[in-house]
Ligand binder design. Structure first.
Ligand code: AMP
Length: 195
């Protein structure tokens, strides 16, 4: 099963992806996680990406497409994967289509977690508060100001990705503001029909 989870930062894509990994035994490919690992390792990609990520803007298509192209070639991704945080631009979506086509593979579904921007901001502020209260570091890009920039980047660049998948008939929508278990059940219902 090859699946894309779409939706703005903080919509719960990571939470749902983690659950789907356990259920379907396929890896979650999160470009955000991979980029954070590159930053930590101070690799050439990480060094290039750090400042952009800290500001909440998008890393270049070239970098993220390169990361994904390598990652989907690894053995654990041969039977499928869950993309979380990629594609974020139409150019990335087109590059993914081209990559899969060359391998004779297809996507099964693109599931959008639909959310309300104001309630999302409240949710992200709560996440930062909870992390602080638990003595954990708050992700630099979960700072409310940076988060606003991430939301703006989503609206400007990523909102066009949803219609892209609507045109190919792969798009399915789920209410991302519903409780986690309900979101999970809605996704499972979609996948039972599709896959
Ligand atoms: P995330 O954890 O998915 O919200 O990603 C954190 C940050 O990594 C984003 O704010 C971007 O700076 C960068 N990033 C992650 N995935 C992508 C992508 N597909 N395209 C461009 N930038 C990305």
């Amino acid at each position: 099963m090859r699946l894309i989870l779409l939706g703005p930062p903080g919509a719960g894509k990571g939470t749902q992806a983690t659950r789907l990994v356990e259920k379907h035994h396929i890896p979650q490919l999160s470009t955000g996680d991979m980029l954070r690992a590159a930053v930590k390792a101070q690799s050439p990609v990480g060094l290039k990406a750090k400042a952009v990520m800290d500001s909440g803007a998008l890393v270049s298509d070239e970098i993220v497409v390169g990361i994904i192209a390598e990652r989907i070639d690894e053995p654990d991704a041969h039977n499928g994967f869950i993309l979380d945080g990629f594609p974020r631009t139409v150019a990335q979506a087109e590059a993914l289509d081209a990559l899969l086509k060359r391998k004779g593979k297809q996507l099964d579904a693109a599931i959008e977690l639909k959310v309300d921007a104001d309630r999302l901001l409240a949710r992200i502020m709560r996440r930062a508060e909870e992390a602080r209260a638990a003595g954990h570091a708050v992700r630099r890009d979960d700072d409310p100001e940076v988060f606003k920039t991430r939301l703006e980047a989503y609206v400007r660049d990523t909102a066009a990705v949803t219609p892209y998948y609507a045109r190919s008939g792969l798009l399915r929508e789920v209410d991302g503001m519903a409780p986690i278990a309900e979101v999970s059940a809605a996704i499972d219902a979609i996948l039972t029909v599709r896959v």
